[in-house]
Design a protein around this ligand. Structure first.
Ligand code: DGT
Ligand code: CA
Ligand code: CA
Length: 576
């Protein structure tokens, strides 16, 4: 399947065309962006569509005209795309790696190439160290510092990918292995099972009476790009997803011990092993043993923990943050599950920067089985997202009212907005308008580099206005890309408690904000949390599992989350 590859090439063409000054270039850029989106999110294989219906079938896809269909067809047939190759000769820049650094868009990258010959991250890093960038017009000292920090952040996360990029691939591999007949059982272990926000590699355990066959089957999968190491019971392979994957075949009597061991975390395992030793056992990936080596019957994780006098606990809790003591005291708390979530509190539509209509979002919500969801489009100050003013919201809400009537309670759309918290802490919509709105979600999007005191005052000011019900992505971090802004979270939590404002656990995979540790810190306060996906298209509503995973890593109980309430209680909570 070449969809991803082709989508990336089309996206790159759009980037390179964006510096073109011809008046028609603007339209071309849009066309390529649209085509990249279409092909990148396509379920079917674009190669197959072409094989079946030729260029004509390609042109039936949304946003794909004759020219682009021709280029795509050319690439499928010949493995080359003239338009791409031509532009790439002009700009031999590693856009993928470089645009991953904050503050660097196509225009700036092309200037850096034209003026300093910067083609990749190494070149860029050298230029920062030699202070060549601060001298460029329009860049300056702060820009150069910011780029330096961006490089550092990218290095730190090097090799790690978002959980949303890793877990679905691991699950797909597990499913294929199970269906192959080469294994009786396959499961995901490691950080992906613990729902860490990023994963360094994927770990899969397999139960099979035909290990060789299982290894061959894995090695031949479509998700695999190359083999690092292949043995009789362990194979390590690079995946197209950009990480390696360890697949281990485990003997049946060791399965519970292996699952416990390879789920980790390392620190959790160290603590558990210490307890085992104290009780006169030895615990490793092969099993639980008495002193002298006699194996103890313990085929599952539950049995292993039980033999050690501990309660089983969800993998998300296994980070050596006190869960081992709780398990010994049999006081592992009940934590939220995906099934507890009755609605999504943060979504966008086509009226601003979303891709779908409110009708399509409602349909998706019903498919998921939600009772309600909040529509929370951006407000006017956020130009890049085409934020709306009061008048536009009024018109949009009229439409929502009509739709709610039609839906007749099958799913209830809650009328809200993601209101920008401006620099001085004031809000981006009229007070009266906000007072009448069902669900005002406050959010900081611009002027992120304020000093700590000013940022804290800004957010606390917004909370103290009494006009917002939820604070979106409270720290502003973006994984592998941008650090949280400087802010005194204790004062923010305190103000949220005082004003009965829920803190969001933004479930968009590159945010996951609040993070697990911040959730733990915030839950010491008497305040509520809210889970929202920040969906900009229908498929994003499925990101809820990552927010729930993060909440579980923060040990959060369902009754601390507003959107586990049924609709009547929820609406009452919103109206306070
Ligand atoms: P990652 O891959 O960096 O996202 O994180 P993990 O937790 O998946 O780490 P990984 O893949 O190196 O190993 C998977 C699990 O196997 C890990 O969570 C615990 C266990 N493990 C691996 N190596 C060791 C070790 O040397 N000592 C202990 N105690 N456990 C280990
Ligand atoms: Ca791993
Ligand atoms: Ca591993």
């Amino acid at each position: 399947m070449k969809n991803k590859e082709i989508a990336e090439m089309l996206g790159e063409i759009a980037l390179m065309l964006s510096v073109d000054t011809r008046p028609t270039a603007r339209f071309e850029v849009r066309a390529y962006q649209k085509a990249a989106l279409t092909i990148g999110t396509l379920q079917e294989d674009v190669g197959e569509i072409f094989a079946k219906g030729g260029e004509r079938a390609l042109m039936e896809l949304p946003g794909i005209g004759k020219g682009i269909a021709g280029s795509v067809a050319e690439y499928i047939k010949t493995g080359k795309m003239k338009k791409y190759d031509g532009l790439k000769r002009q700009y031999p820049i590693d856009f993928k790696a470089l645009t991953a650094i904050e503050g660097l868009g196509a225009k700036r990258l092309i200037r850096l190439y034209n003026e300093l010959g910067i083609k990749d991250v190494d070149d860029l890093s050298r230029a920062v160290k030699a202070h060549k960038i601060e001298k460029l017009e329009g860049f300056g000292r702060r820009s150069e510092e910011q780029i330096g920090k961006g490089i550092e952040l990218a290095e730190k996360g090097r090799g790690r990918i978002l959980i949303s990029e890793g877990l679905p691939v691991a699950e797909a591999i597990v499913k294929r292995i199970m269906e192959s007949g080469a294994a009786e059982m396959a499961v995901v272990a490691g950080s992906a099972r613990r729902m860490r926000e990023t994963v360094g590699d994927l770990d899969i355990l397999v139960l099979s009476s035909k290990p060789g066959k299982a290894m061959d089957f894995f090695a031949g999968l479509d998700e695999v790009s190359s083999i690092v190491m292949k043995g009789p019971t362990k194979t390590t392979a690079w995946l197209k997803a950009g990480v390696t994957c360890d697949v281990r075949v485990i003997a049946p009597e060791s399965f519970g011990a292996a699952l416990q061991y390879f789920t980790g975390s390392r620190d959790h395992n160290v603590q558990v092993r210490t307890i085992a030793v104290r009780k006169g056992y030895k615990l490793n990936e092969y099993g639980l043993f008495r002193e002298g080596g006699r194996p103890v019957e313990a085929g599952s994780e539950e049995e292993i923990y039980a033999k050690l006098g501990m309660q089983w606990m969800p993998p998300e809790m296994r980070e050596a943050r006190g869960e081992v003591g709780l398990a010994q005291a049999k006081r592992i708390p009940k934590i939220v599950e995906l099934e507890d979530i009755k609605g999504d509190m943060h979504t966008h539509t086509r009226e601003t920067d979303g891709a779908n209509t409110i009708e399509e979002m409602a349909e998706e919500a019903m498919k998921i089985g939600y009772r309600y969801f909040a529509t929370t489009n951006h407000t006017k100050s956020l130009f890049i997202a085409r934020g709306m003013d009061e008048k536009k919201f009024t018109g949009f809400f009229k439409n929502v009212d009509r739709l709610n009537e039609q839906l007749d309670g099958k799913v209830r759309i809650i009328k809200g907005a993601e209101v920008d918290i401006l620099k001085d802490g004031s809000l981006d919509l009229d007070k009266k308008f906000l007072e009448e709105m069902e669900c005002a979600v406050g959010a900081v999007h611009q002027s992120l580099r304020m000093d700590r005191e000013s940022m804290t005052k800004r957010i606390v000011g917004a909370l103290d206005s009494g006009l917002i019900r939820i604070l979106a992505h409270p720290t502003g971090r973006e994984l592998l890309w941008r650090e949280p802004y400087a802010v005194d979270l204790d004062r923010v939590f305190d103000a949220a408690e005082r004003n009965n404002v829920a803190l969001e656990i933004n479930s968009y995979p590159s945010r996951l904000d609040l993070s697990d540790t911040n959730i733990m810190a915030a839950s010491k306060y008497k305040l509520m949390f809210s889970l929202g996906t920040d969906a900009h298209r229908t498929s994003h509503m499925r990101f809820m599992r990552y927010g729930v995973g993060t909440a579980r890593r923060g040990w959060l109980a369902p009754d601390r989350i507003i959107n586990t309430m049924d609709m009547a209680r929820m609406l009452r909570w919103l109206s306070r």
